[in-house]
Design a protein around this ligand. Structure first.
Ligand SMILES: [Zn+2]
Ligand SMILES: [Zn+2]
Length: 377
């Protein structure tokens, strides 16, 4: 047998290194020489085993004390157990958690069935803009799987039972050896369930679950926008082997509004003013989410001018600053004039005439509805 190297030297730590340092150093060496990363490299496997042996001794205060006093000889007496690993699998079963999160062979063990999270579900929900602005709650109905009442979720016809899978011995996984590696795969016979149902429940066809309608309350935060997605944790499909339920995703659609157009957190609305109001200045009523608001239009206001009302837009669903309301004025050109008006206008410089678009009339009607509905409240 070749001369054993000093354990501190193997791990590259000082004699007085503490437990944290030792573990850290071992982890580094073990990851570097991990068999999954060094296929067909015998010397890496040797270093991997050597480091595990050194770590086994130095991470155990009792063994470390004996090693400090007597060296390698101090570990041979007593039970006659010689430290060291002949099988990489033993290292995994002993220190496997070291490799968790690195995608390497480690703590996974044959025959271990892990609880599975249930599938996520998705649904959609449409709301009106004022509800999106204030926040609201809605009741939705979805269909999701619940445990089958007939067989209590076992999948087996009442009076019968699921049988342990012969192929994998109930483990759900089968192990194949390839050299020093053990490769585990899901059992093809039972698809990892570990058991086989021969006499299936009629209601769920052996699945143990049946679709059922469920009603849920959804709280919608103020300021939500189309395309945003709410997550209802644990409201998805049930998990397997007592695993947690999946989540339910609710995709939100905010319906278009007749008066307000949304631009991110901001709202844009168009308000008609008369030619004289624009020219001379006026105080006008404008629609806001809560009803109406009065706006000072200064004299000489140009068509298309946008007035910004800070905070008059949508709230931020994440609690930030609210958006603005942008009021774009549309200057109306009078279509009918009294004799006196006409006479006065004829005395002004020539003004370009524009046809009143039919769109504007229906818009005005909508605006009047908005104001009158506010008066009703
Ligand atoms: Zn059933
Ligand atoms: Zn099986």
């Amino acid at each position: 047998m070749p001369e054993k190297r000093d354990y501190y030297e193997v791990l590259g730590v000082a004699q007085d290194a503490d437990a944290v340092e030792i573990k850290k150093s071992y982890k580094k060496i073990a990851l570097k020489n991990h068999p999954d990363r060094n296929p067909d490299d015998e010397s890496a496997v040797e270093r991997f085993k050597e480091a595990a042996e050194a770590f086994e001794v130095l991470s155990n205060p009792d063994k470390r004390a004996r090693y400090d006093r007597f060296g390698h000889a101090g570990l041979q007496g007593g039970g006659g157990h010689q430290p060291g690993f002949t099988d990489v699998g033993d290292i995994f079963s002993m220190f496997g958690d070291i490799f968790d999160g690195f995608g390497l062979g480690g703590s996974r063990q044959a025959g271990r069935q892990r609880p599975r999270r249930g599938n996520h579900l998705q649904t959609g929900l449409s709301i009106d803009l004022p509800d999106a602005a204030s926040g609201c709650s809605r009741t939705i109905e979805i269909s999701r799987h619940e445990s089958c009442a007939t067989c209590s979720g076992s999948g087996a016809r009442p009076g019968s039972e699921a049988e342990s899978c012969d192929y994998c011995g109930g483990h759900g996984r089968v192990v194949q050896s390839q050299g020093i590696f053990s490769v585990q795969t899901t059992c093809p016979a039972c698809r990892g369930e570990g058991q086989i149902i021969r006499d299936k429940c009629d209601d769920c066809r052996g699945g143990g679950q049946v679709p059922r309608p469920v009603t849920l309350d959804v709280k919608i935060p103020a300021g939500i926008d189309s395309g945003m997605r709410l997550c209802l944790r644990g409201e998805g499909e049930p998990g397997g082997l007592s695993g947690p339920r999946g989540d339910l995703y609710v995709d939100i659609e905010v319906r278009e509004h007749q008066l307000f157009r949304r631009e991110g957190p901001h709202l844009v609305c168009q308000v008609p003013i008369t030619f004289t109001q624009a020219a001379l200045g006026a105080e006008i009523d404008i629609p806001v989410l809560e009803g109406r608001h009065s706006l000072e239009v200064p004299s000489g206001t140009q068509p298309g001018h946008v007035f910004q009302i800070r905070g008059g837009g949508m709230p931020d669903p994440r609690g930030g600053r609210a958006g603005n309301l942008m009021v774009e004025v549309q200057v109306e050109v009078p279509s009918k004039l009294g004799d006196e008006q006409e006479e006065l206008l004829r005395q002004l410089a020539e003004i370009e005439q524009a046809n009143v678009s039919p769109h504007r009339k229906s818009f005005l009607d909508t605006l009047m509805d908005w104001f009158s509905s506010e008066d009703d409240n």
